[in-house]
Design a protein around this ligand. Structure first.
Ligand code: G3H
Length: 197
């Protein structure tokens, strides 16, 4: 693989409401972002597109898939968003009120914090790395691979390719209208944040 395009799903109803987790659909704005993404990549070779099993990820891939029927599009559960356990579908404000200790603990050490009944960045690493290995294996020598993931997942993937101190990983910027282009050469890896709309 020479080019890895790391994309976050488009805007969802949960994003607008400030809720975490869940399996929400893309809003109209999110659908427009997905179309712009496909338009941006029109002339680019991307024979492999990996999504998570969540609707927002598959819906973001839909225009890409339509534009290139020959591409392999595959959903990997390893790329599903961090499981927030008992905090799934809540707003950060709700979490602060209902689980003040948990909220404070997460603020103190976001990387090592594990949601009750769910995951944390620290426990996510193993499955995300497994997903990356699986995706790169499936894609073989393909010139371009796209992963349409989620905020926490994409932070983890970036930190797999680019060194980041663990305490900084949960704060890496993962926008919805820009993607990370990671270029792997034999000697080094370069990355660039690219706006597509
Ligand atoms: O829970 C889903 C979020 O996308 C992860 O964001 O780790 O900054 O709370 P956070």
């Amino acid at each position: 693989v020479r080019n890895l395009y790391l994309v976050r799903h488009g805007e969802t109803y949960y994003n607008v409401e400030g809720r975490i987790g869940g399996d929400s659909d893309l809003t109209l704005r999110g659908q427009a972002q997905a179309k712009e993404l496909a338009a941006y990549f029109a002339g680019t070779e991307v024979p492999y597109i990996f999504t998570s099993t969540r609707k927002r990820s598959a819906q973001t891939a839909a225009p890409m898939r339509e534009a290139r029927p020959e591409a392999t599009v595959m959903a990997l559960p390893e790329f599903d968003e961090i499981d927030a356990g008992e905090c799934e579908s809540l707003r950060y404000d709700d979490i602060r009120r209902r689980f003040p200790d948990a909220f404070a603990a997460r603020q103190r050490d976001k990387f090592h914090y594990v949601y009750p009944g769910g995951e944390g960045y620290v426990t996510l690493r193993e499955r995300v790395e497994r997903g990356v290995r699986r995706a790169l294996f499936l894609a073989g020598g393909a010139p371009g691979v796209m992963i349409i993931g989620h905020q926490a997942i994409n932070r983890m993937i970036l930190s797999h390719f680019l060194y980041r101190r663990t305490e900084d990983v949960p704060y890496i910027f993962i926008p919805q209208t820009q993607f990370y282009h990671i270029v792997a050469t034999q000697r080094k890896k370069l990355f660039e944040l690219v706006r597509f709309m």
